[in-house]
Design a protein. Structure first.
Lengths: 398, 628
């Protein structure tokens, strides 16, 4: 999967003066919506802001590569090697436990069906395994360093930092640290790390199982954004011979909805595509809304792709349930009070036409949906109401 | 009556009169609907129209009522003839013109108040009574149940619903009243003979002979004797009550108030013209009892001087604010422990607990406890009772003192520091922050944020009559923070420019309700309407597992004069002499309850939490779990 990384594409571009991104990506995924015009867009849409690496990774997984990312990865490769860009530069940076963890992380990260957070968990597990520390304290320090490294790799990713924190909490919150024998303690930690990795890997299946009861024959489901968990849920529902109808939003700017609808259509699920602004229009016929989450925050609200908030608002005002499918490693100790109270995660937006000069573009990639607009959260811990999220976090952290 | 009694359900259907009924009509209905239950008792207990609230909140079921009713009703203690014979004696506090301080506003939360009134001042009102008059005690109880019954039939519930009974003649009633009066006088004498009347904890042996005198009172003791034949059982009963959770004191329950008054040290006088809806709360005329108490300073040997000092400071409002009051109280207790020596033939764990309890009940008389103080007391009692028995006095004392220090340090001081750090993270450059009153934690958040060069502006909202915001305003301005000062009336006007509302809290209840300075709910609701996030800053030791839906059931009433007078405006004298006019009722509430819907986040030392997570914090890190 490495050929999907931005830096690889950049390298190929350098070799081939006349690139066609879609052809490059053809072998990986055939539906790439990125158009050949994207390179020309780069000049027209100057975006000096740093781009969220989280969304970059996701877009790579979804085979959506924009020119800005290519440009950024070029900068990264040319400039500071320690810059938090992509796979190519990752290996050469860091010190101590950092080197291994980033490499490991990048190895796992490139698996398209593996969430970034799970990759981080796997990488941290590998850190423990390969650690040469001789005392528990040393190992602890090493682990913390590795996790900090991972977190600083992408400060905008909520699930990444949440998973790192949770991993450390989960793994080290054990009596093992009091063992006399270091090897035994280490073994115990590895055991716990593996267990955590396993739970994280299985999370999607668990969630899909849990949410089956909520999908009934003949219902219409509105989906916003490309969420692998939601896809898993719908897949399982389809394989259980449930008959339902899916409405899929387009998911501008990276058109995640297009890809999502394609996958659903391949499963034989009747699916209809909406533009993002048609949510309220279509809400009448919708029975429930399913969304994924980039992060679940302490209030019980979610941070997710831009547009989730308005979908939830519309659904709430029409008394339709909003279900969130999110793995528990996305639970983060954050408490945003409003939309602006978040670490900004920016992404380029292509409008297809040149943007008039003097016009600003809102490039935020995500929004925060307060808990009062959510009905239930399907997590691998069970089906939770939003308020339970905080309870779980308190029990884990405090 | 004996015949009729048993047929009736022991605990009758709860009759609840809702709505405002004028006192006269209430009295009329009460006397007409329960013509006979014991009209005499009714008149003596609370028939004067002003003393009974038409809107009654049924008191929580608690052993004392549930126990006494079933015990006494079937036995047939309601024989009118008995009544006439002049039983209802001593205790009948009848209608007391003055109410006593107890105000377990919050102090009344379960264990704590058990501790307070139970271990402390001797026992719950009832049990103390039992102890004092072991022999004739049945009679008082009869009259008490009678009264309760009459109350109940008037609208409270508990007792059998009013059924027509034979009416007492006027003469009969008078006879009863006189008998009661005589008995009361006798009791007073007895008490005087027994020991210092004002001290709550009376030496038992001293009072016993006195009560013996009244042995001749016929009363309903006959039928009751099988139930409570000997003093030991009575004592046991009393103990049981001590152990059982005590409900919050309802100050419209005349019998209880009367009993309380007996034990009270502080002679608080009842304010006149109280608002109907809030009759169950104690309201006193302020300022009158201070010299009285001061003169008593040298008589009250049971109360430690430091506690006395703190009590007077509470009374005179020298110390206010949840944290300050709690710290002052704990420091006073520390001195109590320092000066404590275990009396011979007593164990420290028990005796010290009782001693602390008596201090607490004194403090309650001065001013109702806040939840934070209640929790701190609970913690201290917990520590005292969990001391190992083989510890020497000195060791035990030093251990307790260091526990108190740790509590102050960890639960209050360090906790507020943690809250400051959490709170500051929510202040961005360019913010306009609004606060109400003068919450100490919020003040330190602002100070800290200013110290780390955040660029923000503060709107201080204040209200009459305390104007606490002015102090905050002054301190903030001295630090160089840009401030706006306004009154609560203008809050909807300033809210549109505000980006964050920071509020303090007296306590947070387990349904997320924030119990705080009166006016807080108003600010929170306006902020919610304007979609401004509301941050409530509160240390976790102020969390309480109780649930409260409104601010009526439990609250504190301030001095009504404070709102009738406007300082600096001599010409605004329309309310002068309001107490003489029966048609004016002034309400000076001290607290209100903010529903959790209006609270965006609770900032505690455990982090930022949604208000729905309060039970989790209580469960996981409650006072009980502290260092156990």
């Amino acid at each position: 999967m490495w050929w999907r990384s931005a830096s690889f594409i950049r390298d190929r571009q350098n070799q081939n003066p006349n690139p066609k991104p879609s052809s490059l990506l053809h072998s990986a995924l055939d539906d790439s919506p990125s158009s050949p015009t994207s390179t020309s867009m780069a000049a027209l849409n100057p975006n000096p802001n740093p781009i969220s690496a989280y969304y970059q990774t996701r877009a790579e997984h979804h085979a959506v590569v924009t020119s800005d990312w290519l440009a950024q990865s070029a900068d990264a490769a040319a400039g500071d090697v320690a810059a938090s860009s992509g796979a190519a530069s990752g290996g050469s940076k860091g010190e101590g436990g950092g080197v291994g963890v980033i490499e490991e992380f990048n190895y796992w990260r490139k698996k398209p069906d593996l969430a970034e957070a799970v990759a981080a968990v796997m990488a941290l597990g590998a850190v423990i395994r390969s650690s040469e520390a001789t005392t528990m304290n040393e190992l602890d320090i090493e682990l913390k360093k590795a996790s900090n490294n991972l977190k600083s790799w992408d400060t905008t990713s909520i699930s990444l930092s949440a998973a790192c924190d949770l991993f450390i909490r989960y793994v080290t919150r054990t009596s093992a640290l009091e063992y006399e024998d270091f090897d035994a303690a280490k073994r115990r930690l590895i055991e716990r790390a593996e267990k955590f990795g396993e739970i994280s890997l299985k999370a999607r299946k668990t969630i899909a199982m849990l949410s089956q009861d909520f999908i009934s024959d003949g219902c219409t489901i509105l989906v916003h954004g490309y969420s692998r968990v939601v896809l898993e849920v719908l897949k399982m529902a389809a394989s259980n011979k449930k008959l339902f109808h899916v409405l899929c939003t387009e998911g501008r700017p990276d058109r995640t909805g297009l890809r999502f609808s394609k996958e659903l259509a391949a499963l034989g699920i009747p699916v209809k595509l909406l533009i993002d602004s048609a949510v309220a229009y279509a809400m009448d016929e919708v029975d429930m809304v399913y969304v994924g989450a980039d992060g679940v925050v302490e209030s019980g609200g979610i941070i997710n792709m831009m547009g989730t908030y308005q979908v939830a608002l519309v659904a709430h005002s029409m008394n339709k349930p909003v279900y969130v499918a999110a793995e528990s490693y996305k639970f983060a100790r954050l408490y945003p009070l409003d939309q602006k109270d978040l670490e900004p995660a920016l992404r380029p937006i292509e409008f297809g036409v040149p943007i008039p000069s003097g016009v600003e573009v809102e490039t935020s990639a995500r929004d925060y949906t307060p808990p009062q607009y959510l009905t239930l959260l399907f997590t691998d811990l069970g089906v939770l109401t939003p308020s339970v999220v905080s309870d779980e976090l308190i029990q884990l952290y405090v | 009556m004996d015949l009729r009694r048993p047929n009736r359900p022991v605990i009758g259907p709860k009759v609840r009169q809702v709505g405002f009924v004028t006192p006269d009509s209430a009295a009329a209905t009460s006397s007409s609907s329960i013509p006979a239950v014991s009209a005499a008792a009714a008149t003596s207990a609370g028939s004067p129209p002003s003393s009974l609230s038409p809107v009654m909140i049924p008191p929580p079921r608690h052993p004392s009522t549930e126990m006494s009713n079933p015990h006494f009703h079937p036995v047939g203690s309601y024989n009118p003839s008995e009544q006439i014979l002049g039983s209802p004696p001593a205790l009948s506090p009848s209608r007391s013109s003055r109410f006593d301080a107890d105000g377990s506003d919050f102090g009344g939360d379960d264990d704590e108040s058990v501790a307070l009134s139970g271990v402390g001042g001797g026992m719950t009102p009832k049990s103390s009574l039992l102890m004092r008059q072991p022999v004739t005690k049945t009679a008082p109880l009869v009259s008490e149940t009678r009264k309760r019954d009459s109350n109940a039939s008037k609208g409270k519930g508990e007792g059998p619903s009013a059924a027509p009974k034979e009416k007492l003649t006027k003469a009969e009633r008078r006879a009863t009243q006189e008998a009661q009066r005589a008995a009361k006088a006798a009791a007073k004498e007895a008490a005087a003979a027994g020991g210092a009347p004002s001290v709550s904890k009376q030496p038992k042996p001293a009072t016993k002979p006195a009560t013996q005198q009244k042995k001749d009172i016929p009363s309903g003791s006959g039928p009751l004797q099988p139930l409570a034949p000997s003093g030991s059982i009575e004592k046991k009963q009393g103990k049981k009550e001590v152990a059982a959770p005590h409900p919050r004191m309802q100050f419209d329950d005349m019998t209880k108030v009367g009993k309380l008054k007996k034990r009270a040290v502080v002679n608080q006088s009842e304010a006149r013209n109280r608002v109907e809806l809030f009759r169950h709360l104690p309201q006193y005329e302020h300022g009158t009892q201070l010299p009285d108490l001061e003169s008593k300073f040298f008589q009250l040997d049971l109360i430690h001087p430091s506690v006395y000092q703190v009590g007077l400071q509470f009374l005179s409002d020298k110390i206010s604010g949840g944290n300050a009051r709690c710290i002052a109280m704990l420091l006073a207790f520390k001195e109590v422990i320092q000066d404590y020596t275990t009396p011979p033939e007593k164990t420290l764990t028990r005796d010290l607990g009782a001693k602390v309890g008596s201090c607490v009940s004194f403090l309650i008389e001065c001013r109702p406890l806040s939840v934070s103080m209640g929790n701190a007391i609970r913690f201290l009692k917990n520590r005292i009772s969990s001391l190992p028995h083989n510890l020497s006095d000195k060791e035990a004392k030093s251990r307790l003192q260091s526990d108190i220090d740790r509590f102050i340090n960890e639960k209050i001081i360090i906790a507020s520091k943690a809250i400051v750090e959490h709170g500051v993270s929510k202040i961005r450059d360019g913010d306009v922050l609004l606060t109400y009153g003068s919450p100490s934690v919020v003040e330190s958040i602002f100070a800290y944020a200013h110290g780390i060069k955040k660029n923000f502006r503060v709107v201080v909202v204040d209200s009459r009559p305390k104007h606490e915001g002015q102090g905050l305003l002054r301190r903030l301005v001295e630090r160089g923070i840009h401030c706006t000062y306004t009154h609560l009336n203008a809050v909807s006007y300033v809210m549109h420019e505000v980006t964050r509302v920071f509020l303090g809290a007296s306590s947070v209840l387990s349904n997320g309700t924030v119990y705080s300075r009166v006016g807080t709910a108003c600010v929170a609701m306006v902020a919610h309407a304007f979609r401004v996030p509301v941050l409530v800053c509160c240390e976790a030791y102020k969390f309480h597992e109780r649930v409260q839906l409104d601010s009526i059931c439990s609250n504190e009433l301030g001095d009504p004069d404070a709102i009738s007078k406007v300082s600096g405006r001599k010409d605004l004298n329309y309310l002068d002499g309001w107490a003489q006019n029966e048609n004016i009722q002034l309400l000076n509430l001290k607290y209100d309850a903010t529903p959790s819907d209006y609270v965006s986040v609770l900032v505690t030392e455990q982090g930022m939490l949604p208000p729905t997570s309060v039970p989790v914090i209580i469960r996981e890190y409650g006072i009980e779990r502290l260092w156990t």
